[in-house]
Design a protein around this ligand. Structure first.
Ligand SMILES: Cc1cc2nc3c(=O)[nH]c(=O)nc-3n(C[C@H](O)[C@H](O)[C@H](O)COP(=O)(O)OP(=O)(O)OC[C@H]3O[C@@H](n4cnc5c(N)ncnc54)[C@H](O)[C@@H]3O)c2cc1C
Ligand code: SF4
Ligand code: SF4
Ligand code: SF4
Length: 357
């Protein structure tokens, strides 16, 4: 049993990977704060798109997506907007077959859809999530107000739109290529059998080669022999897998999903206990209501977790996401704000494995 109790932040696909790590391994992840996510972008292609607007990543103070546009708030205080219809071509291929908007397997999901400016929409999904929100309210880290029926309808409608649009894309791709595994409704027994017959080569042909890899890094983290490395575009494996290892295939969020973690697509935002509009009473530097930063502050201050797994920016490349494990609240505050690109979020957990070994 790990002595680390980690709170992680991630997009729905990363939270699914964390849930599978919890399901199949002795994971140090204790609390999952899931973000809403409609789409994500390739860093390299984003840089190229900015060149068409005579801009560099370093010119940008903040990215915001709203009402069909990417708003670039520049350091000069000007705003440039790029229509999403133009930015469509730089969306990562895996995002077009993603059917989850709201991080359905998290303890608490957070986004902006439905809430007023400066406020966040927060979905409580588990008893652990409920306890955390209750504590953060009591200790005045956050304030909350009702999420109205019309706000809920908007959230639900956007989740349904993502679901139906990307189910269509899945159908198109499956007509031409392999099945998208994580959409198969298989019993846990047949999933266990498939896993027992699979290794990295199956992960490569069923996930990586068909453009379904979300680049989360769960396979790299779970490989007991350290055979997998992730370059900027995809996981690669060097060496020979022992016959009885199937870890990478088991934990990948884009292979089969166990019955307990699966949504049969009948509920657009998944199962939940309560939805609220919330705002931080402690921080204001974040993307929306600074709720992720504030909940991590609450969890670390009260020693409910030992560390936070966050996504900061690289020091040497503007807006390039970089995962970090920290117990320092200043680092958590610095990591506020959305980076619209991906990095292998589980990479920092490998150091914990090395500590144990
Ligand atoms: C790729 C992406 C797409 C999103 N799309 C939507 C959307 O369509 N609709 C919507 O309502 N909300 C979306 N969100 C969520 C939204 O942008 C905010 O992150 C969320 O509302 C929390 O705001 P906050 O002020 O509470 O967070 P903050 O207090 O600013 O904290 C943000 C946290 O997010 C983490 N983070 C930043 N970038 C990434 C990343 N690339 N991957 C993983 N973690 C990261 C950081 O570790 C930080 O702790 C998206 C987020 C991402 C990363
Ligand atoms: S696959 Fe893309 S759209 Fe889906 S949750 Fe991950 S980053 Fe977001
Ligand atoms: S050793 Fe196991 S986890 Fe590593 S690549 Fe091979 S099958 Fe995957
Ligand atoms: S192949 Fe690896 S990096 Fe890609 S989605 Fe699966 S676990 Fe994540």
């Amino acid at each position: 049993m790990s002595e680390h109790k980690i709170a992680m932040v991630g997009t729905p696909c990363e939270i699914m990977a964390a849930s599978k790590l919890q399901y199949y391994t002795d994971s140090p992840i204790d609390v999952k704060l899931g973000l809403f996510c409609m789409e994500n972008f390739s860093y390299k292609y984003f840089e190229n798109l900015l060149k068409e607007y005579d801009l560099k990543m370093d010119d940008i103070e903040k990215f915001q997506i709203d009402k069909g546009f990417i708003f670039l708030l520049l350091k000069t205080r000007e705003t440039v907007k790029i229509p999403l219809s133009v930015a469509k071509r730089i969306i990562r291929k895996n995002c077009n077959i993603c059917v989850e908007l709201t991080s359905e397997t998290s303890d608490i999901s957070i986004g902006s859809i439905g809430s007023d400016e400066g406020w966040s929409t927060l979905i409580i999904r588990t008893e652990k999530g409920e306890e955390i929100v209750k504590g953060a309210l009591e200790q005045k880290f956050i304030e909350a107000k009702e999420f109205t029926d019309s706000q809920f309808s908007l959230l639900n409608r956007l989740a349904e739109n993502k679901l139906s649009k990307n189910l269509e894309e899945i159908e198109k791709r499956e007509f031409l290529a392999r099945p998208v595994l994580y959409q198969r409704s298989k019993s846990d027994d047949s999933i266990a059998k498939e896993i027992s017959e699979s290794d990295f080569l199956d992960l490569k042909s069923n996930v990586i080669d068909i453009g379904a890899c979300v680049l989360c890094g769960a396979c790299e983290y779970a490989c007991p022999d350290n055979l997998i490395t992730i370059d900027d575009t995809k996981p690669i494996m060097k060496g020979e897998c022992p016959q009885d290892c199937h870890a990478c295939f088991a934990v990948c969020p884009r292979t089969f999903i166990p019955e307990d973690l699966r949504n049969d697509n009948s509920k657009a935002i998944g199962d939940f206990m309560k939805v609220l509009s919330v705002k931080s009473l402690k921080h204001s530097q974040g993307q929306d209501g600074s709720i992720v930063t504030t909940l991590l502050d609450y969890l670390l201050t009260n020693e409910i977790v030992t560390e936070a797994l966050i996504v900061d920016k690289e020091d040497y490349l503007a807006w390039k996401p970089h995962a970090k494990l920290t117990s320092d609240i200043d680092e958590v505050i610095k990591s506020g704000g959305t980076k619209y690109s991906v990095c292998p979020v589980f990479k920092p957990l490998s150091n914990i494995n090395e500590e144990v070994n």
